[in-house]
Write a protein that binds this ligand. Structure first.
Ligand code: KE4
Length: 428
């Protein structure tokens, strides 16, 4: 496969962009090889600078739930752009988006639009601290919530000790207020609470973890967190940047029947344009400026073009909820097919997922938390990734991401992925 143009672009990009990319995962660091510089996309297909086309299972990391370059969404963007790109003033379209988010997600009574999932999480955490007057946040190892300082923190030496930065540039002063528990471990959360009575402002998690590979919540985990937060007067924050409008119109909270106090959105609600949002209980959101004392702002928040794209995608999903049945069926077809291949070829692996989110762990047993996920054979995953890439299939360049299906993927696309996977298993 000729990748000379991508190679040349990568060399050029590295001169003026750290690592040659504007987001680390794009550099293929954990799988090696030449990162593909993508030129265009349509439906399930992306085409790189050398003209190679791939069936894409990243979908821009989640936004492309209806496939790339959907004509209705493209037209909505072009139409909105004809009226100007940004006004720095309120627009009617933002009212529409807020009304739609509140109508589709019952726990959201009031919502603020921002420009990314990171901004949504950062703002939700500030709202929780402002509302409760408490400082500490509980998060879970392996969950990724964007790159705000408070979330780039990992577990300290002991479970109950204060967090330590997981990135350079994060102060100990910040890290000490983030406590980390293993995903799916309610007892660990109870222990942390006993050690920090009256200090926990919120618990934040991905209701289906999709940044350590895909790790669904164990039965009772989400409900247990809901109970603990209610009992202690802390806020339960669902980071639904990935699961929001992907697991259903009501997201994971509807799928599992657990109601958070705040929810963070991104990705699907922007349909590929920069949109994030955070929202929830009215009495919490009324703390946000200019109404309340919690400050949060943004030059391009509620940008008319970005909101037009998001509204177009949400309108399509709202009008045809059968799309979620299709996504569920495709996800099941993929997971059942992969499990059958692991069985046939006695290959150590765990297939996990919910709805249109799936993951093949090269790990011999089910993965329920980050410590287990980390034991996966990432070298084998890298070989699998490149085998598929060479055969025109583009999975996430990391074992610790998800396979994102879209409504544009057909049963034949899934069969193609399964047959290439079988070929790969035959080489093992
Ligand atoms: P952004 O700031 O990247 O829009 O969203 C951050 C974020 C927040 N919450 C969850 C659950 C997320 O998955 C993300 C971002 N997801 C990654 C992919 N796993 C984005 C890809 C990248 O970083 O380039």
């Amino acid at each position: 496969m000729d990748t000379s143009r991508s190679q040349a672009l990568f060399l050029r990009a590295q001169k003026h962009i750290p690592g040659g990319v504007n987001s680390p995962v794009r550099a293929f660091g954990s799988v090696g090889g030449t990162p593909r510089f993508i030129q265009k996309a349509q439906g399930v297909s992306v085409t790189d600078a050398d003209g190679n086309s791939y069936t894409d299972y990243i979908g821009s990391w989640g936004p492309m739930l209806l496939g790339h370059n959907h004509p209705v969404i493209r037209e909505a963007v072009i139409r909105a752009a004809q009226d100007g790109l940004s006004f720095g003033a309120a627009t009617g379209r933002e009212c529409q988006m807020a009304e739609k988010l509140c109508a589709l997600v019952p726990s959201v009574e009031m919502v603020r639009l921002v420009n990314s999932g990171t901004e949504a999480v950062m703002s939700a955490l500030r709202a929780a601290r402002g509302y409760t007057g408490r400082d500490k946040i509980i998060k879970f190892a392996g969950c990724y919530h964007g790159h705000c300082d408070a979330m780039l923190v990992q577990a300290g030496s002991g479970l109950m000790t204060a967090g330590i930065p997981s990135s350079a540039g994060i102060t100990q002063g910040c890290a000490q207020d983030t406590l980390t528990a293993p995903y799916n471990d309610l007892n660990a959360v109870r222990q942390i609470w006993e050690q920090n009575p009256g200090q926990i402002a919120a618990v934040i998690l991905e209701p289906v973890a999709a940044n350590m590979g895909v790790v669904p919540p164990k039965p009772g985990f989400l409900a247990g967190l809901r109970e603990l937060c209610t009992q202690h007067g802390a806020l339960l924050i669902f980071d639904e940047v990935i699961t929001g409008f992907r697991l259903g119109l009501g997201g994971a909270q509807e799928y599992y029947g657990v109601k958070p106090d705040l929810t963070c959105f991104g990705k699907v609600i922007g349909a590929g344009m920069p949109v994030g949002a955070y929202g929830g209980r009215r009495e919490v959101m009324e703390q946000i400026a200019p109404l309340g004392p919690v400050y949060q702002a943004g030059t391009l928040s509620g940008n008319p073009i970005a909101v037009a794209a998001g509204l177009a995608q949400l309108d399509i999903l709202e009008r045809d909820p059968s799309l979620y049945l299709t996504l569920e069926q495709r996800g099941r077809q993929l997971r059942e097919g992969l499990r059958a291949l692991l069985q046939t070829y006695s290959t150590p692996g765990a297939v996990q997922g919910e709805g249109s989110l799936s993951c093949l762990f090269f790990h011999p047993a089910p993965v329920s938390d980050y410590e287990t996920a980390k034991q996966s054979d990432t070298a084998r995953y890298a070989r699998y990734f490149h085998y598929l890439l060479e055969h025109g299939i583009y999975l996430a360049p990391s074992q610790f991401e998800a396979i994102f299906l879209s409504a544009a993927h057909t049963p034949e696309h899934i069969d193609e992925l399964l047959s290439r996977t079988e070929e790969f298993f035959r080489t093992l």
